[in-house]
Design a protein around this ligand. Structure first.
Ligand code: URA
Length: 228
């Protein structure tokens, strides 16, 4: 956790330094030995509300994904949700709308929320491990995932969900650090300090492998029982 935070802060400082050097270049500087900013003057902590956190994420250029994205897909839903769903990364539909899980796998996720948990999408919060679409829907690289993770951790801190349902192996691994394959980990309960994580299959896996829907249904029933 500390490594990931330090990594993010280093990237953030480098990005701010680069921005200031570009500004100096535009002013005609070719060489400078002035310190563009004093680190002590900078507030590098992440904002303390979801709205301001989203504003910051919308302007994020800390990784390569920012170069190819159309929209940052921050996440959406009830800011006080008891249950939060975390997917892997936005796809094409999400990239063009800025909303999570609105494509085909999103339709299935909505059905799972409504028809098994008897909740509406507005009752829960939905986010992803990375906020920008990886080109060609490839898996996010570890560097992209760890760079983006502080945004997710801050979302979790602000929303304070009781249950986080990770969708697929990528989301489960980057949230918990547990490398157990999803086929084994699904349906189990991973205790974190302030919430529990329940992994299940990613809806896009279920679309490709409809026979796994039975197990996903069992996982949802378990989540429902944990909701109390
Ligand atoms: N798949 C994901 O993991 N997240 C989305 O938002 C959409 C598809």
């Amino acid at each position: 956790m500390i490594i990931c935070y330090n990594f993010f802060m280093k990237n953030l400082k480098n990005a701010l330094l680069l921005k200031q050097l570009y500004q100096l270049k535009q002013l005609g500087y070719q060489y400078t030995d002035i310190t563009p900013f004093k680190e002590d003057d900078l507030d590098l902590s992440l904002p303390g509300t979801l709205v301001s956190l989203q504003k910051q994420a919308n302007q994020c250029h800390l990784c390569e994904l920012s170069k190819t994205r159309q929209k940052v897909v921050f996440g959406e839903g009830n800011p006080h949700a008891d249950i939060m769903f975390v997917g892997e990364a936005p796809g094409a539909a999400e990239d063009s709308t800025g909303k999570p899980f609105v494509g085909r796998s999103g339709e299935l996720l909505t059905k799972m929320i409504e028809n098994v948990l008897y909740l509406s999408r507005n009752d829960v919060y939905i986010a992803n491990i990375v906020k920008c679409r990886p080109p060609g829907n490839r898996e996010p690289t570890p560097s992209e995932a760890y760079t983006c993770k502080p945004y997710l951790l801050k979302q979790i801190k602000l929303i304070k969900p009781k249950i986080i349902v990770t969708l697929g192996s990528t989301a489960y691994f980057y949230l918990t650090g547990d490398e157990t394959p999803i086929g084994k980990a699904r349906g189990s309960v991973f205790n974190k300090e302030h919430y529990i994580v329940v992994p299940t299959y990613h809806p896009s896996y279920l679309l490709r492998n409809p026979s796994a829907k039975k197990e996903a249904f069992q996982d949802l029933l378990k989540i429902k029982s944990l909701m109390g």
